[in-house]
Design a protein around this ligand. Sequence first.
Ligand code: SF4
Length: 381
Amino acid sequence: MKKDFTPTLLDFGPLQIYLARHFGFCYGVENAIEIAFRTVDENPGKRIFLLSEMIHNPQVNADLQNHGVQFLQDNYGKELILFETLTSDDIVIIPAFGTTLQQEEKLKRIGIQTEKYNTTCPFVEKVWNRSEQIAKKNYTIIIHGKPKHEETRATFSHAAANAPSVIVKDMEQAIELSKYITGEKPVSEFYEEFKGQYTENFSVEKDLQRIGVVNQTTMLASDTQAIADFLKQVMINKYKLAPDNTEEHFADTRDTLCYATLENQQAVSSMLDIKADLAIVVGGYNSSNTSHLVELCEEKLPTYFISSEEKIISSKEILHFNLHDKLEMRTENFLPVINPVKILVTSGASCPDALVEGVINRLVSFFKTELTITKLIEKFQ
Ligand code: SF4
């Protein structure tokens, strides 16, 4: 059945908010948060740790910390609390993006039961299973993902257990990788260029003859598709393949994006058909899926990536994250003086709905209107 991705119009009169049809929390995040809070409730007096941030949302993580949960590592795998200080009595929760086999092994050696408090999202596990299937057919696994992202590090570790693997972060890197496949670049340069992104004993000559692509679940669908299509064509050209024997060198896989990433991206694409004045995307600044929603909006109209309503200082000023400089910046006169002002609003998979509501309420407060979100929502009930 064809899904409806038309945005919902919240018409406040002088302000029109177009809310993406799908936005916010996904199954994996909700499940992980529920398990984390249940673990706290069921284990009074025990030390409870999270291997790293549960999800990429500062409010959710702060809430967990307020309940006594401590973070063992930062987002880049740097230890905040030494693993040596852990005991078998401690509880360690594995976050939604999963973890590496090495970390799991380390915790098991201490006597910590990781299976009981593992909140790895089933959609991440699906990528690991897909990698295993490709590996069994002797393909090398190309992972389209952010090399430092926890999920990609976890996927890389699982893939590496089964087959040679390389991470490519974008099309630019895919193009560079293709030059080693075609022989345009000397093999020796690969090891420096892809440092930290390939498995031990990777052989450029041997391991780039049969390849398959999987991806971090939260990448941009069109980027992954473009990378897979490009690498497939490289193999077809190099080995003079026909459609019926392409699989000899390129595994026929569909992308491994999760449903939430896809739905949120499709809802944004549909929302962008509206002629609006600006877009506001709510989410944690280090959230991969949110940043892709921002990229989609940025192509069409002025876009402000904010982590909460507090970033909207006034009707004249907004603090927002610049994805390209990785810095928060201040923009003045972000709201045009027209009537009505049309704003597109969405949020990433790790963003609680309450934050989106807060942002809408803040925007409404700048306009003369009797209407509130609650009143408008009644119409839909
Ligand atoms: S974004 Fe997708 S893969 Fe990640 S936790 Fe949510 S449902 Fe799972």
